[in-house]
Design a protein around this ligand. Structure first.
Ligand SMILES: Nc1ncnc2c1ncn2[C@@H]1O[C@H](COP(=O)(O)OP(=O)(O)OP(=O)(O)O)[C@@H](O)[C@H]1O
Ligand SMILES: [Mg+2]
Length: 338
């Protein structure tokens, strides 16, 4: 593998592949925050699209900007300044009024946050919490309760009818995560943004929750942006993967190709850190060093201090985006374009 990646038999070149119609289109999104001394760029010129019903994963180490990006798409963080363009179903989200945006969030876009407990009100019944989005929209109490029940059934919450009147503390972690998913799905959104939806759960429960999400996404043709630092959980779920490093997308490709032929040294490093049945744990490698803080990014390629393949130019010239013959969108000097 290297600069001259050869087209493998049977793999359709990127230009010929059918892309689903874009539901979400993000163009050159940057996210800045004003600190006491300076303006700090948390996310820098990120572009990507998500098709209807498509499942896309956004992966990267802690602090790479995944959650900040997710919040920006939903316009949930008023402390940051957004620039660029975010279009959802043809609507320019960054120019909507706050109330128009709130309606979008309730009806077209759902989100599950990194910490499920913080999304649940300990004093409100599960049924009322799941039904709340619908009630705000003016749906009758009876219908909202029925639809809450339907979505909890869809998420395979056993004895859902009885449990509508339970409180969050009566549920296990996995069940609480299903409730949080139900809250996001009850309004029948077209896009679900799930930020580390299973991180707090044990591995088997994690798999179960992702399987359910997989089923629902296929049944409803629901597009999903799955955010995680764990490439291992992405493999069976995502159609496409975007790898984020220090506020930039450094590689993107169809999931099967990204796993088979990772191009960016960072992606390769992440993959080597994923436990696999065929590799013993003591051979597992993690990438040496840590990502830079957003206010102290190195010049050139921000990954160069940690990169085994770094060349002289990597410390001074920022790599542009190249599309490799396998269709990877990659920012790395190993692949040409400066
Ligand atoms: N309100 C804020 N003020 C200043 N910096 C912030 C703020 N929110 C996030 N950051 C910084 O932005 C960067 C990206 O944070 P973000 O939470 O998006 O990372 P992440 O990729 O979601 O990481 P994790 O895997 O830990 O959830 C981090 O360096 C973080 O410290
Ligand atoms: Mg995060």
């Amino acid at each position: 593998m290297g600069v001259d990646t050869i087209l493998t038999d049977g793999i359709v070149p990127a230009q010929l592949r059918q892309r689903p119609e874009a539901l979400l289109q993000v163009d050159q999104l940057s996210i800045d925050i004003a600190t006491r001394d300076a303006n700090v760029r948390l996310v820098d010129n990120v572009s990507f699209g998500i098709g209807r019903g498509e499942r896309v994963a956004l992966v990267g180490e802690s602090g790479s900007g995944k959650s900040v990006t997710a919040q920006a798409l939903m316009r949930l963080n008023s402390r940051v300044k957004l620039s660029g363009r975010v279009q959802f179903d043809g609507k320019d989200l960054l120019s909507l009024s706050n109330s128009q945006m709130a309606a979008m969030r309730g009806q077209r876009m759902g989100m599950v946050f990194q910490d499920p407990m913080s999304s649940l009100d300990p004093l409100m019944t599960i049924g009322d919490q799941v039904a709340e989005t619908l009630r705000i929209r003016g749906v009758s109490k009876r219908e909202a309760r029925q639809r809450a029940l339907d979505v909890l059934d869809e998420l395979k919450v056993e004895r859902a009818a009885e449990r509508l009147d339970s409180f969050p503390h009566e549920f296990s972690g996995g069940m609480r995560q299903r409730v949080v998913l139900a809250m996001a799905l009850v309004g029948e959104p077209d896009l679900l943004i799930a930020d580390e939806p299973t991180t707090a759960l044990d591995v088997r429960v994690q798999e179960r929750v992702l399987d359910l999400l997989d089923e629902i996404s296929r049944r409803r043709s629901l597009a999903v942006l799955l955010i995680t630092h764990d490439l291992g959980i992405v493999a069976g779920f995502a159609d496409r993967v975007m790898v984020m490093y220090s506020g930039r997308i450094v590689e993107e490709n169809e999931a099967t190709l990204l796993f088979a032929e990772p191009q960016h040294p960072y992606t390769r490093g992440l993959l080597e850190a994923v436990p696999r049945a065929d590799i013993t744990v003591d051979r597992l490698r993690s990438i040496a060093g840590a990502p830079p803080a957003p206010g102290a990014r190195p010049s050139g390629c921000t990954f160069h201090p940690r990169c085994d393949h770094a060349m002289a130019m990597c410390s001074s010239v920022e790599p542009g985006e190249t599309i490799t013959p396998l269709g990877a969108r990659v920012r790395c000097h190993l692949y040409g374009a400066g």
